[in-house]
Design a protein around this ligand. Structure first.
Ligand code: SF4
Length: 374
């Protein structure tokens, strides 16, 4: 089993908080897409013997692709890889790219899961984030998309200065009203070299308030639970049967090939990441070479990664698995390190599985970092 991730490195405009790789110039879009096709062909060997169960168009903004560009990627994948009969195929889309004609056309392709970057249903939040869409477009596209797609996930951002808990609740309520089956929700964070970082530095934007983010997170957890969602990963909430297969496979260490500038891959304990520069990526592929760096993961790297994903997900960390996969040394190290968190009741062991408790969920990354083998 394997997944393929396609990174579309273009956006209409830069959101203030975003540090993903993208270019707002579409000048070389055609050439970059062609190079990505070539990368798929050149790297097909890496997934030899694997069945591709999930395909994910992320970015950047994949909804900037035309229907024929999406179909031609899917045809290229089918030609070069063994693809299962009914793969999960997700496409990330922004509301401003989704009119009824486009949504209908998308629903007639093999794309069967639409991931819509709503972020907020309020104009003031969208303006603060410099999103390209309006609150009205957020609602309009959802009203249409739910007619054509059964599987829709939306992204929502919390911890935005000025977003009261009451308005945050209203954001969530909108998602429930549209009967969305999956929500991914992240706190606004300040990443280096983003517009948000410089605005905060020169005081044209208020600093982020961790207590506000925590209040929103608690509201998110309780409201989604009340509305029948399961929090299967710290930031991901799904109705029954609506887990993201692609991301779940990723968290469970399944192989995936990432194609396009800045895309990451993980195959046979080896991690690779493509250069995050469209021009350099393009030049390399035009010369039939790959512009990527490779790292072989050590046993410690794999152990640390298992702890991190285990504590962030509903799957937890299996103590038996730690003993069998990593050995006695790591098992004892974990036993020792975890004692303090068991006492604080931020983690719990149930039937041999170590998990974060409700109290520990917001702290999962910090707890995992403390348990890393160094
Ligand atoms: S649309 Fe998405 S990828 Fe593009 S700048 Fe905004 S958040 Fe980043």
């Amino acid at each position: 089993m394997a997944g393929i991730y396609i990174h579309i490195p273009f956006c209409k405009q830069a959101c203030h908080y975003c540090d993903f790789h993208f270019s707002t110039s579409l000048k070389y879009k055609r050439e970059v897409l062609k190079a990505m096709h070539k990368e798929l062909q050149l790297r097909a060997e890496e997934l030899k013997g694997e069945i591709v169960e999930t395909i994910y168009f992320g970015g950047g903004t994949p909804s900037l692709l035309s229907i024929s560009e999406i179909e031609s990627f899917l045809a290229c994948i089918s030609k070069n890889f063994k693809v299962s009969k009914h793969p999960e195929i997700t496409l990330e889309a922004n509301p401003d790219d989704l009119n009824e004609e486009k949504i209908k056309a998308l629903s007639l392709t093999r794309v069967n899961r639409l991931s819509i970057g709503i972020q907020s249903f309020f104009e003031e939040d969208l303006k603060m984030m410099n999103r390209a869409h309006s609150a009205q477009e957020s609602e309009k596209c959802l009203a249409i998309a739910t007619k054509y797609f059964d599987l829709i996930t939306i992204d929502l951002i919390y911890g935005v200065p000025g977003l009261t808990n009451e308005r945050w609740k209203q954001n969530l309520q909108k998602a429930f009203d549209y009967k969305i089956a999956h929500i991914s929700s992240y706190a606004l964070t300040v990443e280096e070299k983003t517009a948000l970082a410089s605005f905060i530095k020169n005081k044209t934007y208020p600093s982020l308030d961790e207590n506000l983010a925590l209040e929103h997170f608690n509201t998110l957890v309780s409201e989604t639970e009340k509305n029948g969602f399961e929090q299967y990963e710290i930031s991901n909430f799904a109705k029954k049967g609506a887990y993201s297969k692609h991301n779940t496979a990723y968290w469970q260490g399944v192989a995936y090939l990432g194609v396009g500038p800045s895309a990451h891959s993980f195959i046979k304990n080896r991690r690779a990441w493509n250069i995050a520069n469209n021009a350099k990526y393009l030049r390399a592929l035009q010369q039939n070479t790959l512009a990527l760096e490779i790292e072989d993961l050590s046993l410690t790297d794999r152990y640390n990664e298992y702890i991190m994903t285990g504590l962030r997900t509903v799957f937890g960390v299996s103590l038996e698995n730690v003993k069998n996969r990593f050995g006695e040394k790591y098992f004892e190290y974990l036993q020792e390190g975890v004692a303090v968190f068991l006492r604080e009741e931020t983690v719990v062991v149930e039937e041999g599985i170590l998990k974060t408790t409700q109290k520990g969920k917001f702290l999962a990354d910090g707890i995992a970092a403390e348990l890393f083998y160094v």
